[in-house]
Every structure is written in C-alpha cells, then in structure tokens.
Design a protein around this ligand. Structure first.
Ligand code: SF4
Length: 202
C-alpha cells in the first residue's frame, strides 16, 4: 500500500506524522534547508493530493493581477489545464514553503510588500539551490514569473524555461486546499500575511 508523506516544520522545529519508507530523511532535510534558506514554514507535499480546479484557473481570466496573457508563466501561455495536469502527474514528492509576515494592522501595505519581497527573494534563491539536485523540478510560486524584466510572451519562446515559475493558481491549484490536505496552515491569524509556494521535486 502506498503511504503518504506527512512531514512539516517551522523555524522552531519539525515533526513527522507518517511517511513512505525512504522518503523521511530526504523530506526532513529539505524542510530544514528551506527554513535555513529563510522560509518561515515548510512541509512535505504529496503530489497525488494536488487537484487542478477549472474554477481557480478561470479566475485568472478576471486579470486582477494584470498578468493574464502577458507571461509564459500565466494562462494561457502556461498551457491548458490538461497540459498542466500532464506535467504535474510526473511528480510524487514535493515541498510546500511559506513566508509569514507580521502586520501592524490590516492597512499595513508596507508590511505586506516587505513580506512579499522577502518571500520572492527566498523562493528564487532556494529554487536555484534545488535546481542543481533536482534538474527536472517544477517550481510554482506565488506571483507570475519575474525572472526577466520583460517577459518574451508571446513573441518568442521563454528564455529560461527551467528558471521560470508559474503561480500555483495558474495551474488551477487552490492553495488553501493543498495546504490543508498536506497538514499545513494557510492562514496564521490576525496581524499576519502568508505567502505560499511549492516545489515539485521528483
Ligand atoms: S523566464 Fe522570462 S520569458 Fe520565461 S516566463 Fe519568466 S519572465 Fe517570461
């Protein structure tokens, strides 16, 4: 019977709930390294729990972020939902990472931006670190890819397909759901803001 990884941690420590034999050390190490890299929370992602929801993907069309149709990392440039599903099906193990910022109040725009920036920088740094060990990994961030000052979409192919990262929502992933089913919180209470990303490793 195939087991499921259930491992998560914070900067204060980590805990193991259950795990496939042979994966526990790998995931423990990755969680430790993610926290050392600067994330506030990290946990195992069982890729079989990922559900791609057309309604999440459809919300991109509203273009509230202004990136719809402007990047290879976002719809429609990142491919159809079926194409995204085919990519995700290649993976079984991954990592969820989070940055949790503290806010003075709900209008603390500077605090939100600082946490977003910290998350983005940590994400990029850690993605670069993991890439050497998992050359085929699929990183999925919080925002549209910002590797280039100006995305080449749609005039010429992506200049850095390995370095590019789509937001999880672009793949139709409901972030709160994937956190919950993998034993991670999504919301850390009043006065906080949390940014979530993931790495599909192998
Ligand atoms: S790497 Fe550059 S070209 Fe590719 S998706 Fe990101 S911003 Fe666009």
């Amino acid at each position: 019977m195939r087991g499921r990884m259930r491992s998560s941690g914070t900067r204060e420590g980590s805990r193991i709930r259950s795990c496939e034999s042979g994966s526990i050390e790998m995931i423990e190490q990755l969680i430790k390294r993610a926290l050392e890299a600067g994330f506030d929370k990290a946990g195992a992602l069982d890729c079989s729990t990922i559900v791609l929801r057309p309604e999440v993907r459809e919300a991109c069309r509203k273009n509230t972020c202004g990136r719809y149709g402007t990047s290879w990392s976002c719809p429609p440039g990142c491919g159809s939902l079926d194409e995204c599903a085919a990519r995700i099906r290649k993976y079984s193990k991954g990592l969820i990472v989070q940055t949790v910022g503290k806010l003075e109040d709900e209008f603390d725009g500077e605090g939100m931006m600082a946490a977003a920036e910290r998350h983005e920088q940590t994400f990029r740094r850690f993605a670069g670190e993991l890439r050497g060990e998992y050359p085929n990994m699929l990183p999925m961030g919080t925002e549209s890819c910002s590797t280039c000052d100006q995305c080449t979409y749609p005039d010429s192919p992506c200049v850095d397909p390995l370095g590019a990262s789509s937001p999880m929502e672009a793949y139709g992933i409901m972030v709160s759901e994937v956190c919950r089913v993998n034993g991670m919180d999504y919301y850390y209470g009043k006065g906080t803001i949390a940014f979530t990303a993931c790495f599909l490793l192998e």
